[in-house]
Design a protein around this ligand. Structure first.
Ligand SMILES: [Zn+2]
Length: 401
């Protein structure tokens, strides 16, 4: 696998790099941030997500706890009822933030948990105990699901589990096994997913709308439209390049990964302290009302996303353009394309600076009636059809399918 720092960045995939970083930073402070990369095959969405495994910082857990209990807040069935002294006597250890992958053919037992057969058949001390599945083992880290649309289509049970895990922050998971009491545990896991909405069975929002809404942000990796990028993609997919990449793999520069880890830890510290100014919170609330949004999750994601974006960009304050930057990422999967175009149009129709100025002016002229923070000056974006906005695989390869 190509190390994270060697991955090619360009306009079309920059947003995904950002989202991946935001989600790691949020996970670091115990706040899951669920992200979904949609797009064509070959745009590198799974490569970017999987490569992020190499830059994850360490977490500290109770020594040997497969549920990754935080020594300061133990949650697993073994440790949650122990006293502080008992926990302290167990000791701690550092492990890399977990990054586990669920395949679309996974079974419920693998994902949630099952009876530990080794313990059950231990002749000297038979014991019925649960073996936590992938999700509880990924507590305080990341679960990655490629082709989530296929999973949603073929595994409604696992989709239900994901809905629970992603329903609240933190979420929860129930491990059920015949003959054993049901165990309900808290899980704080960021779910990362990838899918190609143009391939069977279609976009997640059309298969399980609820699941789609659980993702805080969706990044659409559009069709690359520059010759340079396409040439680079061809190069990366050629055999020669693959052979070279394998050789490069042997010489991973750990210092570069370490630099990312340091940034993540620094940003996590800042994220814990940074809040959004009230006027921006009002601005987000206005977007919600003006555009008739249905999902409170959407504006919550807009708030955390804007704060994280300002931190990643090294700003000491959250600005209005941090909020507007998040709009397409937070709403792509939640509103129809017309609403989306209208909103981007509204925001883009005046520069960010003007946006703030007009906002200030509006505040001064409060008695003016309905203050419209989204001035309607026409821009060509409004006239763009969805088919041009969202490039599909079909439009790239019109002769197929
Ligand atoms: Zn534990």
């Amino acid at each position: 696998m190509i190390p994270f720092y060697k991955l090619e960045r360009y306009e079309g995939n920059e947003a995904l790099f950002e989202l991946v970083m935001m989600s790691i930073v949020a996970s670091m402070v115990g706040e899951p941030l669920h992200i979904h990369a949609e797009g064509l095959r070959g745009t590198g969405k799974t490569t970017i997500m999987r490569a992020a495994k190499g830059i994850l910082p360490n977490i500290i857990r109770i020594k040997g706890c497969v549920y990754n209990c935080d020594p300061a807040a133990p949650h697993c069935p073994h440790h949650r009822n122990m006293s502080k002294d008992e926990i302290a006597s167990l000791g701690t250890e550092e492990i890399p933030m977990p990054f586990l992958e669920i395949s679309h053919s996974a079974k419920v037992g693998t994902v949630a948990g099952s009876v530990d057969l080794a313990r059950l058949t231990d002749a000297s001390r038979p014991e019925a105990q649960l073996l936590p599945g992938l999700i509880p083992q990924a507590h305080r880290g990341i679960i990655f699901i490629d082709e989530i649309n296929r999973l949603a289509d073929t595994s409604p049970e696992i989709t239900d589990i994901l809905l629970d895990v992603m329903g609240n922050k933190p979420g929860h998971i129930q491990i059920e096994e015949a003959g054993l009491p049901v165990v309900d545990i808290t899980v704080s896991v960021s779910v990362w997913a990838a899918s190609n909405p143009d391939e069977d069975p279609g976009p997640v929002e059309e298969i399980r709308r609820q699941l789609s809404d659980r993702f805080d942000m969706v990044c659409y990796m559009g069709r690359p439209n520059s010759v340079d990028i396409l040439a680079q993609m061809l190069k990366e997919n050629s055999h020669q390049w693959k052979a070279r990449a394998q050789k490069m793999d042997a010489s991973v520069d750990e210092d570069k990964n370490e630099a990312y880890r340091k940034d993540i830890i620094k940003w996590a510290g800042l994220y814990e302290k940074t809040d959004m100014p009230d006027f921006l919170r009002n601005y987000i609330a206005r977007i919600y009302i003006k555009h008739n949004l249905e999902s409170i999750r959407a504006i919550e994601a807009m708030q955390s996303g804007a704060i994280l974006h300002s931190i990643l960009k090294g700003r000491d304050k959250v600005a209005i353009n941090d909020v507007t930057h998040m709009i397409p990422l937070v709403l792509k999967h939640r509103v129809d394309s017309d609403t989306m175009v209208r909103m981007i149009n509204d925001v883009d129709s005046k520069g960010v600076k003007d946006g703030i100025l007009s906002f200030k002016n509006k505040r001064k002229k409060d008695n003016e009636g309905d203050p419209d923070y989204f001035p309607h000056s026409a821009t060509p974006l409004k006239d763009i059809r969805r088919s041009d906005l969202v490039n599909t695989e079909k439009s790239l390869t019109p002769n197929e399918g």
